[in-house]
Design a protein around this ligand. Structure first.
Ligand SMILES: Cc1ncc(COP(=O)(O)O)c(C=O)c1O
Length: 388
């Protein structure tokens, strides 16, 4: 065990508020009984306010990938033409799930670190079809880029009005501005271990009436991830299979905390911590991967300089309790990522910057003590409108 308290700065699972952790220790209830029905109904109604939707929201006991799989198998049929807009590992994964189940997937990939360009999506939509669905990622955790979902969805509505828009919003929803209904999104997936400040184990899926029409005729094979079965059960206050009850207890408390803070303040806080991390890392001399215009406020990726020994660097960070994430896919060994979503404060980030500074100085790199902490704090204050 590390003798220092960890500053878990990976993009999920995120650290949990004490009240959320304690809620997970509650005694079980009958998942087919009235107490559970009250719990689930309340959670669903409150999730809808964070999703900004009047659509159904279903709770699936699964990792986020299970939620994505449920979106594919519940609304599509083998042979359906699907445009998969991908800007990284998770966009690729969504496309892979669709092709695994026999969809006819056209992959539209963008350079790593860039957001998807709406006009390129328009060209791709015009060049093919008829499209049954367009897949997109709200926040590409592997590259730390947030896509302009509103603009992408607008193009999809214009060029392929019959296509369902399926969005992986796993690592951004609940942390950064998002509008399910106003943007006309049909299926939106999120995961408990990200902005929701809850342990892993639950996936949330919002489903539009249009998507339910598609579900009635969708032919992909499915059992566990059949969202129609989840809908029927939810109407009876249940889930088709035994749910992760302890994680639901946690979610109930986490939603209370989120409601107390308010969505507007949660978005502001994430904008501030995002700005702080970017400013601090740049002051330390790191180059950021993401196009600054689309830099994510929930995760930041920085290139590992060639002359920096990653193992020694990361080992020292860990010794000081700072846990960061490495790169994924083609970016493995090339970048590191700092998660800043969910239960995260500006002082958490200032602590991370202090550890990075200390570590780099111990590794004999030219870093000015306090500079990154100051830059991060100034950026956060500016973002909050509190800069003097
Ligand atoms: C954008 C995105 N999509 C999908 C996933 C997959 O979620 P899970 O690991 O819970 O299956 C993640 C997890 O990091 C993610 O960030």
């Amino acid at each position: 065990m590390n003798r220092f308290e960890a500053n878990l700065r990976i993009p999920g699972p995120t650290s949990l508020p004490d009240a959320v952790r304690e809620a997970g220790a509650r005694q079980m209830v009958n998942h087919r009984g009235p107490e559970f029905a009250v719990l689930q109904n309340s959670i669903i109604a409150r999730l809808k306010t964070f999703y900004k939707t009047q659509n159904d929201v279903l709770i699936v006991t699964a990792a986020g990938t299970g939620g994505l799989e449920s979106a594919i198998v519940s609304f599509l049929s083998p042979g359906d033409k699907v445009l998969a807009v991908t800007i990284g590992t998770f966009g690729d994964r969504f496309a892979k799930i669709a092709s695994t189940y026999g969809a006819d997937v056209t992959r539209l990939a963008f350079e790593l670190g860039k957001a998807a360009a709406p006009e390129k999506v328009r060209e791709a939509l015009k060049a093919g079809g008829p499209w049954k669905a367009v897949l997109m990622t709200q926040n590409e955790t592997s590259t730390a880029v947030t896509n302009p979902i509103e603009a992408l969805a607008k193009v999809a509505h214009e060029e392929a009005p019959d296509a369902l828009i399926l969005v992986d919003a796993i690592s951004g929803l609940g942390a950064v501005p998002f509008e399910t209904d106003a943007w006309g999104l049909d299926v939106v997936v999120s995961g408990s271990q990200k902005a929701w400040m809850v342990a892993p184990g639950l996936s949330f899926v919002a489903v539009s009436p249009r998507a339910w029409e598609a579900a009635a005729v969708a032919k992909m094979p499915k059992f566990y991830f059949d969202l129609l079965a989840h809908k029927t059960s939810a109407e009876a206050g249940q889930t088709p299979w035994t749910p992760a009850v302890a994680v639901m207890f946690q979610l109930d408390v986490a939603l209370q905390l989120m409601e107390q803070e308010t969505l507007a303040e949660i978005w502001k806080r994430h904008a501030a911590v995002g700005a702080a991390v970017r400013a601090g890392l740049q002051t330390l001399g790191f180059k950021l991967l993401a196009d600054p215009k689309y830099a994510s406020d929930t995760v930041t990726g920085a290139w590992i300089p060639e002359d920096l020994d990653w193992k020694a660097f990361n080992g020292k960070l860990r010794k000081y309790g700072l846990i960061v994430a490495g790169g994924q896919g083609a970016l493995k060994g090339k970048i590191f990522r700092i998660g800043h979503l969910g239960h995260v404060t500006i002082p958490n980030i200032l602590n991370a910057m202090a550890v990075l500074e200390q570590t780099l100085i111990e590794l004999d790199r030219p870093v000015t003590p306090g500079a990154a902490v100051a830059a991060a704090q100034v950026a956060a204050l500016k973002s909050l409108g509190l800069a003097r």
